[in-house]
Write a protein that binds this ligand. Sequence first.
Ligand SMILES: *Cc1c(COP(=O)(O)O)cnc(C)c1O
Ligand SMILES: [Zn+2]
Length: 386
Amino acid sequence: MKLRCTKCERKYPTESFIQRCEICNEPLELELLKGEIREGKTVWERYRDFYPFELGIEYSLGEGETPLTKVQKLSEELEVELYIKNETLNPTWSFKDRGTFVGIHRALKSGSRRIGTVSTGNMAASVASYGQRFGLETYILVSSSIPEEKLLPIAVYGPKLIKVFGDYGELYFRSLEIGRRNGIYFINSDDPFRIEGYKTISFEIAEIFVPDYVLIPTSSGGLFRGILKGFLELKESRIIREIPTLICVQARGCSPIYRAFIEGKDKIVRFKNPNTIAHAIENPYPPSGNDVLRKLRKYRGLCIAVSDGEILNAQRELAKEGIFVQPASAVGIAALKKLRGGKGISKGERVVSIITGSGLKFLGALGGKLDIQECTLEMLNECIGL
Ligand SMILES: *Cc1c(COP(=O)(O)O)cnc(C)c1O
Ligand SMILES: [Zn+2]
């Protein structure tokens, strides 16, 4: 089993500390794995054929096995069969846990006792949690735009936590350099083994059905690549016949992949002055951006951007269905509304939107606009008003 450059296909050993191609600086990826679904309680056990190494299940915090839930009101309104893959139910409340769990195995395989990550919040909390769990020295670099309330659920695990001012896109590349010098394995957004963890989202969806479309909130491009790889491996293994159409969704206020896609370019350009409420997908220079573009073309995916207004609206609509998501996780629903309105998704099709992270992580996004009444004990009857 080798790592392969996603662009020039040059091969690298899996044990190496190399995270990007030495020739084209594009991300590496494990070759496609094939297998059968085995007996087992957890997704890691059932899909063990799809991992070239044994996973230390005893370190699992129960990531994955999240529900695929039908969203009734929006299904009726939009005349599609809409499901959400509810990743808010992971141990640190985002899908990042799936990737962190597998990513740490690579760190351990490379002999590293030091790990780290560069994050806008969710991945930081995830790596900090699993770093403790595995007993590793953990270095967390977060962007300066991170809301204060998101720092606490990272700091609580006690990692070395540093808030870095400067270009967030650049911080990724800087961390790889620092990691090489100091023997810190940075399990960043599109680390090849992190992506191996994200594959399990596709495995779990396909165990129920293969949808026509999957909506994927996209920042670095790691999640998009993981979901695609999962479906491709199932197809190669003849477990499913066709892969769904994948839809890369970005926030308009930071949409470098979308820009390049509609302009027909094959390289992303750094997005100037990113500004969106969806902080978790605010990477102005996504390290897997070019690869997402290549894969969108190769597998006929779609790409769309949505505004902050549309995002907040979608967040409220999901709350009406009983599901509280953070803004970055609402972009899929916002995109679906546009795609139903114009060209794109037809009536009656089956759509899965990945709900990437919990709304509790970022209460500030609600901005005090909620309807709350006050009343004395004596006035309570009048206040209830029945
Ligand atoms: C990380 C993250 C994303 C985007 O994932 P990428 O792999 O960086 O594309 C989307 N939503 C949430 C909530 C996230 O934490
Ligand atoms: Zn290459």
